[in-house]
Design a protein. Sequence first.
Length: 186
Amino acid sequence: MRPLLFLISINDTARLDLYGHLTFFADDTSVFYGDVGNQVVQLNMQNDLNEIHAWCSANKLTIKLSKAVCMLFHKGSDVASDLILMLGSDELARVDSYKFLGSHINSCLTWAKHISTFQRKIAISVAGSRRLKYVLPPEYCKSYNSMVHSHMQYMNVVLGCAWAGQAVWILSKISAKSHTLLIEEN
């Protein structure tokens, strides 16, 4: 579907009377709930899913079940293991981590998966750049700003004050080592 047609067709979903908070970004839609009682949250979530499913059916839209997931945020082992949500006749998959707007979020709200993914991405970029320094002119190999610094700035905005001591230490080591390998060696 063309972007303008998609926006026109999805625009009135904000008018649905849902218990959760609806969030849109491009073609991704998320519904967030906050409550301390698992029974109440499950009932509200299922009612909202029924309403969203009915709205989609009425507007001849389908929800890709492989991308529709459920994640409960919790502290430690304080999680409801019996949560089952249905989208039409299909059960929603329950996940412990999910990539949302470029950040990996897990159900305990730690950044371990996001940081390890970032480490792997930077290591691949730095290794590739180091191999190319013998083939390309030096100005092409000085790509610290595009490969590392831009990601660090995004992580600073996304993670903000949630950075814990260990995470800051790991990320500063990645940044310093990448800087040394990409700028100072050339």
